[in-house]
Design a binder for this molecule. Structure first.
Ligand code: KIV
Length: 279
């Protein structure tokens, strides 16, 4: 059954946890969809895990559209949410609506996600007024990495917690159907989850959020050596890939791959001509 914005709301009402995972290409999206994940996030984290940048700031609308359309082709039941990249909505409410529209029309997304709370309330309202579902994202918002002075946990003191609560309320009031809480102390995330009617999706925000999201390269051990505290490694796909690639290299070098069963045959006449040196 296709997961929808209504499914997000119903899951919260029923107390069922929502599962979301990042995806950036067709074949991975198919695997995630077939595994039964509720939603796939085409995160601008693709700048880091797919394109090798140090942060998400250089990701463009064209990058997001390209990857989003590939994911949408692989997601039969999962709900596809695509990130609005840095400077695609901060510049004006008008730009926000136009670029959200491109992610839906050209990127085939079902919803868009953008970072910020009170500051982007009007942007969220205008996008939802254009009938485009919006997922909010507050707490440690990676597009503000230079403002924060690094990837740091947010809401750790009373003033910061108060600001975060105001951001959460602003996102809900503006019409978002869900909100990501990133790197927020667990008790504060639980409190925000309780006071909002829309579901919260946590990443580094404890177990009491209405759902969870992780970058798949982190949880499957496919990206670098650094493991953020909030990541659990559920499989060693990177290790499995490397041993498969090493076995391929060894067999090619040894001449044992390709074997007979991987090879095509010619017809007898052509074979004879090759053997006679006629061709
Ligand atoms: O870009 C991304 O992958 C995200 C998640 C970390 C929530 O925004």
């Amino acid at each position: 059954m296709k997961f929808t914005t209504a499914s997000f709301r119903e899951a919260k009402e029923r107390g069922e946890k929502i599962t979301m995972i990042t995806g950036y290409d067709y074949s991975t999206a198919r695997l995630e969809d077939e595994a039964g994940v509720d939603a796939i996030l085409v995160g601008d984290s693709l700048g880091m895990v797919m394109l090798g940048y140090d942060d998400t700031l250089r990701v463009t609308m064209e990058d997001m559209i390209h990857h989003s359309a590939a994911v949408a082709r692989g997601a039969e039941n999962a709900f596809v949410v695509t990130d609005m990249p840095f400077m695609s909505y901060q510049t004006s409410v008008y730009d926000a609506v136009v670029n959200a529209g491109r992610l839906i029309k050209e990127g085939c997304a079902s919803a868009v996600k953008l970072e910020g709370g009170v500051k982007v309330k009007e942007h969220i309202r205008a996008i939802t007024d254009a009938s485009i579902p919006v997922m909010g994202h507050i707490g440690m918002t990676p597009q503000s990495v230079n403002e924060f002075g690094g990837f740091k946990v947010q809401g750790k003191n009373i003033a910061a917690a108060h600001r975060l609560i105001e951001d959460a309320k602003a996102v809900e009031e503006a019409g978002a159907f869900a909100v990501v809480l990133e790197c927020v102390p667990a008790e504060l995330a639980a409190h925000i989850t309780k006071i909002l009617t829309i579901p919260t999706i946590g990443i580094g925000a404890g177990a009491d959020c209405d759902g969870q999201v992780l970058v798949y390269q982190d949880m499957l051990t496919m990206y670098g050596g650094f493991k953020p505290k909030f990541v659990k490694r559920f499989a060693d796909v990177g290790g499995a890939m490397q041993s498969g690639i090493k076995a391929y290299i060894d067999e090619v070098k040894a001449g044992t791959f390709p074997a007979k069963e991987h090879t095509f045959k010619t017809d007898d006449e052509t074979l004879q001509a090759i053997n006679d040196g006629r061709i």
